[in-house]
Design a protein around this ligand. Structure first.
Ligand code: SAH
Length: 370
């Protein structure tokens, strides 16, 4: 049994079954045994791979986006460049390199990384030391200093814990993690229904409520409205709110049972972009997109960037770049092009930003259902 599993079993034995949200928070973020706290999970040898690890082109295009938004903001002499959950620091390294094309950008930014994992903080330091004048780490978004900011989050919101509710007999009951007779962790349901959930749905439907992610989005949207700037969120998820169990554990690039080895597998839930967008709009920010990752990267010039890199490399390198480009924009269940969505949240004074084709203001949204 993993050490975390015995710890979770002890908590349940003492306090009773715990919410999926608490289970997920422990599995990923337990200070000693949480998944992200103990390892670097990326790459071929790890459990999963992310877009910046697939290709430098991803971070470079995000870097051009960031630099152009900075220019649109009036090129402030001081900008907080924030990344949420920066992993190995690869995206930020590629972003900073690409951002150098705009004079003054590199001098204007101070980099703030929101990261809880000591292992990944060390990896970020190794990737970024010397590339930027000032690097700061924070445990929580609430600790970020004020001021105009551009915030980037790739595969961050999917790592935040969600609550789950199951429709049973005409009511919603919270899904809990408890202990089976044989000592295994098992899913169960709360005895009392949740009175605040009033949606209709068929028997057995699962509703995910990402309160943690929405709280973070609300706080960030409020600061963008107050101090200026934009947030770019890239994640896998769906455009419309719909019931469905998306809790997923990955180990060695394969899905596994989320309860078997907590702390040993990555655990995620798909991002509900419609709900995340509503959290930002409710805080007074403007919403741009979401669009698919394919649309976003192609609008930013992925094709031209790939061709340029292909021309300057060997035939083998050219083939590798073609493969990376395909991976980033490909559809279907294995490609990142359609599963991943990109959304921006901005200060109301900013115009439509590169890569987007749709803008929603809080006033337009207030007519919609909350
Ligand atoms: N953006 C990176 C890594 C994505 S994995 C990439 O694209 O490669 C998720 C990242 O979020 C990891 O760095 C993880 O340690 C961090 N993370 C997870 N939960 C977090 C939390 N609650 N607060 C801050 N960082 C968190």
């Amino acid at each position: 049994m993993s050490r975390l599993k015995s710890e979770i079993a002890a908590i349940i034995a003492a306090e009773g079954p715990i919410s999926v949200e608490r289970f997920m928070a422990l599995a990923l973020g337990h200070p000693r045994h949480g998944y992200y706290m103990t390892r670097d999970p990326f790459g071929r040898a790890g459990d999963f791979i992310t877009a910046p690890e697939v290709s430098q082109m991803f971070g470079e295009l995000v870097g051009l986006w960031v630099a152009s938004v900075w220019q649109t903001m009036g090129a402030p002499g001081k900008l907080r460049l924030v990344e949420l959950g920066p992993g190995r620091g690869t995206l930020m390294a590629d972003l900073l390199r690409a951002g150098r094309v705009l004079p003054g950008f590199s001098e204007a930014v101070d980099v703030h990384l929101v990261e809880t994992s000591p292992v990944l903080r060390a990896a970020q330091k190794a990737s970024l030391a010397g590339r930027v004048a000032a690097l700061h780490w924070h445990d929580r978004v609430e600790d970020l200093p004020p001021g105009p900011a551009i915030i980037v989050a790739n595969e961050f919101f999917d790592a935040l814990p969600v609550r789950q509710f199951v429709r049973q007999g005409g009511v919603w009951r919270e899904r809990l993690v408890g202990l089976g007779a044989d000592g295994r962790l098992v899913f169960g349901l709360a005895a009392e229904p949740e009175p605040r959930l009033t949606q209709q749905a068929g028997e057995g439907a699962v509703l995910e409520v990402p309160l943690v992610g929405h709280g973070i989005m609300r706080a960030l949207a409020q600061r963008l409205v107050a101090d200026g700037g934009a947030l770019l969120a890239i994640d896998y998820g769906h455009l419309a709110t719909a019931p469905g169990d998306t809790l997923q554990a990955m180990k060695d690039h394969k899905p596994v049972d989320p309860l078997i080895e907590p702390g040993e597998a990555d655990l995620t839930a798909h991002v509900d972009f419609a709900a995340l967008g509503r959290a930002a709009l409710a805080a007074g920010a403007v919403l741009q997109g979401p669009v698919t990752q394919r649309v976003f990267l192609e609008a930013l010039g992925l094709g031209a960037r790939a061709e340029r890199l292909q021309r300057s490399g060997s035939p083998d390198q050219a083939r590798a770049i073609a493969g990376q480009r395909e991976r980033l924009v490909e559809g279907g269940r294995t490609g990142m092009g359609e599963l991943f969505k990109v959304m921006a949240v901005t200060h109301p004074g900013l115009p439509m930003l590169p890569g987007f084709d749709r803008l929603t203001t809080p006033a337009e949204a207030s007519g919609e259902e909350p």
